[in-house]
Ligand binder design. Structure first.
Ligand SMILES: [Zn+2]
Length: 336
């Protein structure tokens, strides 16, 4: 295959490091995943990133020109300097200049962005944004935590210091459970996989959720997916957990819709599989809480695209969205 241009993308996760070569579309030329060697420290992890980038560069640079390298990392990330700040699950990385560390190893500059911003960027260019012909959107990514990304007029919105997109820490319940960020009642403590597990355990402890109790007895380390499967089978306790997810998401999105008045809001990440379980409550919250949603969407058929309507939809791209965004960013942003 002869290619004109290609890019290399890296997605730095707490569990896996994923690296891909890419030349457009929604497929990679090649992708690999290796465990993130967190215990060996940040230098070992960056060494792994650099050696994979070099290997892809050697493989593909004979047949195409490298547009650039894109790197996605969990936030908070300080930009443009490229310094990581107090990442949960990354002990010893606070204050680490990831940009400098990687650029000095591979001998070229890189495009650096927060993973949730890159997922939103990919969804905007290749997923729902493309499908609906919309280039401004807000996306919540529901995984172990809750991230968000903002794309305005086709560009990632980073904010003053790169930290736009910590909407997972918006408060939905002032006296709610403590979050890893230090606040109480963040949307993340309800609408994440860990939030689902926590709420299920609370219902079990309350003694009023026989289905969840049976699940925990047979599988003590049950996952959010297990709770979703139980909810899909009709269990009332498990369904209540996802009502809470929808409520928290609805409260957050109602505020974002009223503030931003964007045409598109996307819910992505692993929990998107549970869309049918949480979205009815989410839409009920939007209808009762968001003035702008009501003004734009009241009384009209919500199927299909309409201009001047607020779209709230599940992501089209799956768990690879962040890596796709990391690959896409250099191809879109690099000077020709
Ligand atoms: Zn928080």
């Amino acid at each position: 295959v002869s290619l004109e241009k290609y890019s290399i993308g890296v997605d730095l996760g707490g569990t896996n490091l994923r690296i891909a070569a890419y030349a457009g579309g929604t497929e990679f030329l090649e992708s690999i995943a290796v465990p993130t060697r967190m215990a060996e420290g940040r230098d070992a992890v960056v060494d792994d990133m650099a050696s994979a980038i070099r290997r892809f560069r050697e493989t593909y640079s004979a047949s195409a020109s490298l547009a650039g390298v894109g790197i996605g990392t969990p936030g908070p990330l300080e930009l443009p300097i490229g310094r990581l700040r107090k990442l949960p699950n990354f002990p010893g990385w606070d204050g680490f200049n990831l940009r400098e560390a990687i650029e000095s190893r591979i001998g070229m500059s890189v495009f650096l962005a927060k993973d949730a911003n890159l997922a939103a960027f990919a969804e905007s260019k290749l997923g729902q944004g493309k499908a609906l012909g919309i280039d401004s959107m807000y996306m919540l990514t529901l995984g172990t935590g809750v991230g968000n990304g903002i794309v305005l007029d086709g560009k990632i919105f980073d904010g003053m210091s790169g930290m736009a997109g910590e909407g997972g820490h918006a408060t939905v319940w002032p006296n709610g459970p403590r979050c890893g960020c230090g606040n109480h009642g963040c949307v993340e403590v309800f609408a994440s996989a860990t939030g689902v597990q926590r709420m299920a355990r609370e219902l079990i402890a309350g003694g009023n959720a026989p289905g969840l109790t049976t699940l925990a007895d047979s599988k003590p380390a049950f996952s959010a997916r297990d709770v979703a499967d139980l909810a899909s089978s009709g269990d009332s306790g498990a369904r209540r957990v996802f009502e809470n997810v929808g409520e928290a998401l609805g409260i957050t999105l109602a505020a974002m819709i009223d503030i931003l008045n964007l045409p598109l809001y996307v819910i992505g990440g692993g929990m998107t599989n549970a869309w049918d379980l949480f979205s009815p409550r989410l839409f009920a919250e939007l209808e009762s809480r968001s003035y702008v949603y009501f003004l734009n969407n009241g009384n009209i058929d919500t199927s299909g695209y309409r201009s001047r309507m607020t779209h709230v939809v599940p992501a089209q791209l799956g768990s690879e969205a962040g890596l796709l965004g990391a690959c896409l960013l250099p191809l879109v942003e690099a000077p020709a």
